[in-house]
Write a protein that binds this ligand. Structure first.
Ligand code: ARG
Length: 400
């Protein structure tokens, strides 16, 4: 008896996931491996990937485009929640995992597989996100993670694959581990493991070096409808197109790079470099529009919700009761987050320079310092008397 009969394997076309195919069959007694390559905008050539899986022993090789759902159902929810893990990382890699898990489970159910598999090792966050998402979506499906158990190093893995006709990588493999999708790139390992080592320019692909960015600022207007970004410079854009355009526009000004030491779910600190131009820009613009349209108490309460929501995404709990409950709160807050935000892009910075909304609760009559002022200044005195009362009593009783 093998560990499973029929398996749907998350497939990237790389050596590790390719080796998973014969490994599952020979070592773990799996009868049939179906591969699934999720196209979330990695920019890979998908036709060769499809064929490579078949050459490596897959019985069916699926390639599915998930970009639209990725932006609409995952990225937009994160933008509405202004999610930045540990205040900085916009979760560009993390957000892809629950969607890939869903695609795997859907395929497993469709093809009658009793397990799904992925090529994650035992040290990262992605294994946690896959495993937990899969068990949340269908607890009767087994999760297999060969690379978590096989204990082979890079060279051994390549040699193992060669026995089964899996070609060793042509290019000398890069020292970096890179994850890429429509929302951004995550780069780690190699020389970056030294936290003092400045990221070399060659690792970036979506953002220009400041030295190469335009010498003139560029202004753009981003439109939101119910907290969802819908237009750029007055032109309505479908979700994938909107992200693609903003990646290009912001990346051209060197916007969207992050260099951080982050706390992984498995307790390890790791150094990661990110570029996520559109996502960071949209979170910044969205938060600004909220400042114009939400009351003070909702804005402040939501900050705590946002932190929790970011942690849930990072920690693999996208499909969880707490996440669903917070969704209900967040959706309610977004009803009037509609309007435009004007941003000035220049030399690596995106500065919000204007915002407008039909639902604005900014009141010029109250805010103005001119003669038009409608605010009742005298009322402030009584307010301050009561507001300061506890402090006054405390002082009277404790001052020596
Ligand atoms: N640290 C990021 C996360 O946990 C990215 C993980 C993948 N990174 C990589 N370079 N392969 O979401």
């Amino acid at each position: 008896m093998g560990r499973a009969n029929k398996v749907v394997l998350a497939y990237s076309g790389g050596v590790d996931t390719s080796v998973c195919i014969p490994y599952l069959k020979k070592e773990w007694g799996v009868k049939e491996v179906i591969t699934l390559a999720a196209d979330l905008g990695q920019g890979d050539e998908l036709d060769p990937i499809k064929q490579k899986a078949l050459d490596s022993g897959a019985s069916i090789s699926l390639v599915e485009n998930g970009q639209e759902s990725f932006v609409k159902d995952y990225a937009f929810a994160a933008i509405q929640a202004n999610t930045l893990y540990e205040n900085r990382y916009p979760l560009s890699t993390a957000l892809a995992r629950p969607l890939i898990a869903k695609m795997l489970v859907d395929a497993a159910e469709k093809y009658g597989a009793d397990a799904v598999a992925h090529g994650c090792t035992g040290k990262g966050n992605d294994q946690v996100r896959f495993d937990v998402s899969i068990m949340a979506l269908n607890p009767s499906i087994k999760v297999l993670a060969p690379a978590r158990e096989w204990g082979m190093g890079r060279e051994e893995t390549i040699a193992y694959g060669e026995q089964f006709g899996i070609p060793s990588p042509v290019k000398k493999s890069s020292p970096y581990s890179i994850d890429r999708n429509l929302l951004g790139r995550s780069i780690e390992a190699g020389p970056l493991e030294d936290p003092m080592m400045e990221p070399p320019e060659e690792i970036f692909a979506m953002t220009k070096a400041i030295a190469d960015t335009p010498n003139e600022p560029e202004y753009i207007e981003i439109g939101f409808d119910g907290g969802i970004p819908t237009s750029v410079n007055g032109t309505s854009l479908p979700p994938v197109e909107l992200i693609t355009q903003l990646n290009a526009i912001a990346g051209n000004h060197g916007i969207g790079r992050i260099d951080m030491i982050e706390n992984r779910v498995v307790g390890i600190k790791s150094r990661e470099i990110y570029e996520a131009p559109a996502l960071l820009l949209l979170i910044q613009a969205h938060r600004d529009l909220e400042s114009l349209t939400l009351t003070a108490d909702v804005t402040q309460y939501k900050r705590g919700v946002e932190d929790t929501y970011a942690n849930l995404i990072y920690q693999g709990l996208w499909y969880s009761p707490l996440k669903e409950s917070l969704d209900a709160f967040i959706q309610k807050t977004q009803e009037r987050v509609t309007g435009i935000v004007r941003v000035k892009l220049f030399k690596g910075s995106a500065r919000i320079v204007g915002r407008r909304s039909d639902y604005s609760i900014y009141s010029p009559d109250l805010a103005t310092y001119t003669a038009d002022d409608q605010f009742d200044h005298k009322a402030a005195e009584g307010f301050i008397y009561i507001w300061g009362l506890p402090t006054r009593v405390w002082s009277e009783k404790t001052r020596k």
